[in-house]
Design a binder for this molecule. Sequence first.
Ligand SMILES: *Cc1c(COP(=O)(O)O)cnc(C)c1O
Ligand SMILES: [Zn+2]
Length: 372
Amino acid sequence: MNLKYICSDCHKEYNLSNEIYKCQCGGLFDLKKTQYIFSRDLILSNEWSMFRYLDVLPFSHNTNLWKMVSMGEGLTAIVPLYPHNNDILVKLDYMMPTSSFKDRGAAVLISKAKELGVTKVIQDSSGNAGNSIAAYASRAGIKCDIYVPENTSSKKIKQISSHGANVHIIKGSREDTAKAALNAIANGEGFYASHVYNPLFYQGTKTYAYEIWEQLNGDIPENIIVPVGNGTLLLGCYYGFRELLYSKLIKKLPKIIAVQTEGCAPIYNAFNTNNNTVSSVVNTGTIAEGIAIANPMRGSQIIKAIKETKGTIILAPEDKIIEAKNKLSKIGFYVEPTTAATYAAFLEYNKNNKIKGKVIIPLCGSGLKSDK
Ligand SMILES: *Cc1c(COP(=O)(O)O)cnc(C)c1O
Ligand SMILES: [Zn+2]
């Protein structure tokens, strides 16, 4: 398999390597399109993880380092949100080895890093992505430094260090944290295992779409609700459904309904003022720390994806998030505030049944990790 990075700005191509993380022109890398054609008989039915879709993942059949890295991530349950209502489904991505959907991306990225001979990774995160990278790096025998903003939940920080990673707690914003990690990269301290920059991460998150397709027997809901900060789940989901469409396994793309939160909504703002590029905002504070990304690097890709699916973007009312978290607990689901924000936005938007057709909502971060 001849994988290449391609610059999203100037389209220059690069071989995968453990040294570069962006184009000389400064542009972000995408993975050069490989037209994956999938079919039901390609599912590895004895592989009880997202690696059952190995044919659409960036690995050759004759490399199996991923087998030592994988912890059975994926294949998370899809159940009705409310008993007896099959029109509103939730997919329980908090049932993952490190309790968030980020394991999908980390499993692929770290397996690939191992193939490339990486011995140390560096990453910055507001929490869950750091947990995932730290866990998978440690499993793969790769050293790991994680940079987090100072307001990160203490449980997430504990989890990161328990995997043996060095945690750097950075005073200031999420953006200051990214700068600190980039400085370490510039100093040659390690491979940038970034869920924002590295397109391999999105090859993992796209299994979210494949699973919905397989688990629901091809009968995918019209509406896919997805929280969006940096867009790793949203873009992964979009890539997955586009491949399924291309493979003629689904008839049309489901609408992507993205969720941001009132306190930090740069993509929402751009979308609603008809801008295809996203300007950074000031995070005025939100309890939904996982989607509080003031300057999303892939903002224009996210907007393009939402538009192509005829979707939209909605807001979580800040003062309804904890209420939504409690409502979910009352029906059995214990999630973190960022995930409750997705439900709060859904409830607000769906007053008077605005959403037509079936819906699937990810419950993708565990309440056990949160201090709130
Ligand atoms: C990371 C994360 C998000 C947001 O994902 P992005 O890739 O930043 O769009 C939402 N919910 C949870 C629980 C997360 O960990
Ligand atoms: Zn470029």
